[in-house]
Design a protein around this ligand. Sequence first.
Ligand code: MN
Length: 317
Amino acid sequence: MSSFEADPEVGPDLPVTMELLEGAPVALGGPRGFAVTRTLPNRQRRLVGAWCFLDAYGPHELGDSAGMRVGPHPHTGLQTVTWLVAGEILHRDTLGSRQEIRPGQLNLMTAGRGIAHSEETPRENSGLLHGVQLWVALPHADRDMPPAFAHHADLPVVAFGDVTATVLMGTLGDAASPARVHTPLVGAELTLPAGASAAIPLKTGFEYAVLTLDGAPSVDDATLKPGPLLYLGSGRSRVRLATESPAKVLLLGGEPFEERLVMWWNFVARDHDEIVQMRADWESHTPRFGEVRGYDGPPLPAPPMPLTRLVPRGRVR
Ligand code: MN
């Protein structure tokens, strides 16, 4: 652990940007499936830096349920970031990776031109599931790179007063994650003990957002309960976090991502025709995606294409 010295009293006046992005309930695997709250993409805002997708789930007690069961499905043009607050997930992919993940660890899958994976609650589990699934859009120069998978169990932790931050991706204060990123960004889990209050140093060139994972901390003057994503804009040199009872938040940020994207199903592309090709390659089992071995269930079929052409969209609606 390192301690980052930041003077909370120094810096320009805070800009007033604060947008509460409400989450949409989504059932993964159909109406009897696994319930998540999706805050990115959002109606108003599709990206925070290169972060282009955010599903939060739990805390769930699994009881008699099998927990998460997401069969083999493809990805392109993005990185998937899996982060748990409680529980376990078993990841398998077409590179032959088989990796269980636990709280405090990062599973980072870089899809590049194409990969497929499955995610499931392992048979031996704690009976709990609480976490987030994120995607990071790859920039044009890297979006067709060969696929890769990395598991990071030893991530840097930095303290800001009583608040400790585990840096999953990018840098925060003087702590840098070993995970490979393709645009300047940050993803960090901040743990606030009861009574904590701290100013977290931010980069003025980044835009930021905060999601509460647990508790009801205040972010500047706003109380943020689990559910919505609080967008903080850019131009800030700090954000103040405080709490009366223990809390945990996810901080996301990055340089505004200016490329226009087409996001459809599990693909990130640049135009309609690319999506058509990606979908066809998955449905016809071409070597582009390969085969996930060991998952007890069929691959997920792609939904039908919409009747109208998909239009590339920018970061803001
Ligand atoms: Mn996936």
